[in-house]
Design a binder for this molecule. Structure first.
Ligand code: NAD
Length: 296
C-alpha cells in the first residue's frame, strides 16, 4: 500500500479519494474547502493543512482540479507541489485541461526532477464514486507502469494513450464526439416524434439500427426510454452544460493548434454556449433536447 496525496476534493475528487482509502492506501487530502477535507476524513483519509503538509511523504500526488490555471498554480506556486514533494514522487493530474497545458506542465515539472502524467477521466460523478472511471494516461512507459495499479483502485479501464498530453488528447476528442452525438441524438428524437413516432418506439428501433450510440442507449435525452437518464429527472446534472462547454472549447483550441477541421465541434460549441447564455449552465448537457424541441 502507498502514501498518496490527493488535492482537489470536489464532485469527482471526493469519491476517488474515498476509493483509494477504501483500497487501503494511506491518503492525505487537501482542498481549499474545509468541508471537503472534513468529508475526506470521514471517508478514511487524513486531512492536510496545506499542500506542503499534504505532499511531504507522498509517493504519488494526485490532483483533481477545475482547470489548467488551478493545476499550474498548485504545481508551481511558491507553496506548491514541486516545492515540497519528494523528487521520487509520481505526479498524476486527473483534471481535464488543455493538451498544450498538460505538455507544458510535464516539461516544467520534469525540469525540476519530477515524473508527471496526465490522466483525465471519463465516467462522471457516479463512476468516480463507484470506482469505475475510465482513465486516459499520457506519460512515459515507466511512469504508466508505476501508476496503473493505483488508478485501478479508482477505475475500471486504464489506457496508456502515449506521451505526455496524449491522455488529454484522447479526452478532448472523445468529449467533442459526445457533445456532437448528444445534439444529433436530440435532433433525431425530435424529428421522429414530429413524424409520428413515440420516443419509446424510435428508441426500440434506432437502438438496434445504425444510429445507435452511447448518448442514446445510456443517456437518452428524450424522457422515457432510459429510466436512469437525466431527462427523467428534470435534466438535473449529471454532466453539466458548463462542463461540456469547457470541454468543447478545449477541443476547438486543440483543433486550431494542429489545423484539424472540426466544423461540427464548432457548431456544438455554439449550441452549448447558447444554453450557457440562457442560464442553463448547471443543467445536464442532455437538456439540449429541450432547446431543439423549442421548449426553452
Ligand atoms: P469541482 O469544482 O467539484 O472540484 C474541484 C475542487 O478543487 C473543489 O473542491 C475546489 O475547492 C478545489 N480546488 C480548486 N483550487 C484549489 C487549490 N488551489 N487547492 C486545493 N483545492 C483546490 O470539480 P469536479 O466536478 O470535481 O471536476 C474536477 C475536474 O474533473 C475538472 O477538470 C473536470 O473537467 C473534470 N471532470 C469532471 C467530470 C464531472 O462529471 N464532474 C467528469 C469528468 C471529468
Amino acid at each position: 500500500m502507498s502514501n498518496v496525496a490527493f488535492i482537489g476534493l470536489g464532485n469527482m475528487g471526493s469519491g476517488m479519494c474515498a476509493n483509494l482509502a477504501k483500497a487501503g492506501h494511506s491518503v492525505k487530502a487537501f482542498d481549499l474547502s474545509p468541508q471537503a477535507i472534513e468529508q475526506a476524513i470521514n471517508s478514511g483519509a487524513t486531512g492536510a493543512e496545506s499542500i506542503a503538509d499534504c505532499v511531504a511523504q507522498a509517493e504519488y500526488v494526485i490532483t483533481m482540479l477545475p482547470a489548467g490555471k488551478h493545476v499550474h498554480s498548485v504545481y508551481f506556486d511558491q507553496d506548491g507541489i514541486t516545492s515540497h514533494a519528494l523528487k521520487s514522487a509520481v505526479l498524476i493530474d486527473c483534471s481535464t485541461i488543455a493538451v498544450s497545458e498538460a505538455r507544458d506542465i510535464a516539461t516544467q515539472a520534469a525540469a525540476l526532477g519530477y515524473a508527471v502524467v496526465d490522466a483525465p477521466v471519463s465516467g462522471g460523478v457516479a463512476a468516480a464514486n463507484a470506482g469505475t472511471l475510465t482513465f486516459m494516461v499520457g506519460g512515459s512507459d515507466s511512469a504508466f507502469a508505476q501508476i496503473e495499479g493505483l488508478l485501478g483502485n479508482m477505475g475500471q479501464n486504464i489506457f496508456h494513450a502515449g506521451i505526455s498530453g496524449n491522455g488529454q488528447a484522447a479526452k478532448t476528442a472523445n468529449n467533442m464526439l459526445l457533445g456532437i452525438s448528444m445534439i444529433a441524438t436530440s435532433e433525431a428524437f425530435n424529428l421522429a416524434e414530429k413524424l409520428g413516432l413515440s420516443a419509446e418506439k424510435f428508441f426500440e428501433i434506432s437502438s438496434k439500427a445504425s444510429g445507435q450510440c452511447w448518448s442514446m442507449t445510456s443517456y437518452c435525452p428524450a424522457p422515457g426510454p432510459v429510466p436512469t437518464s437525466p431527462a427523467n429527472n428534470d435534466y438535473t446534472a449529471g454532466f453539466a452544460v458548463a462542463m461540456m462547454l469547457k470541454d468543447l472549447k478545449l477541443a476547438q483550441d486543440a483543433g486550431q493548434s494542429v489545423d484539424a477541421a472540426t466544423p461540427l465541434g464548432q457548431q456544438a460549441t455554439e449550441i452549448y454556449q447558447d444554453l450557457d447564455n440562457a442560464g442553463l449552465t448547471g443543467k445536464d448537457f442532455s437538456v439540449v433536447m429541450q432547446q431543439i424541441k423549442g421548449e426553452l
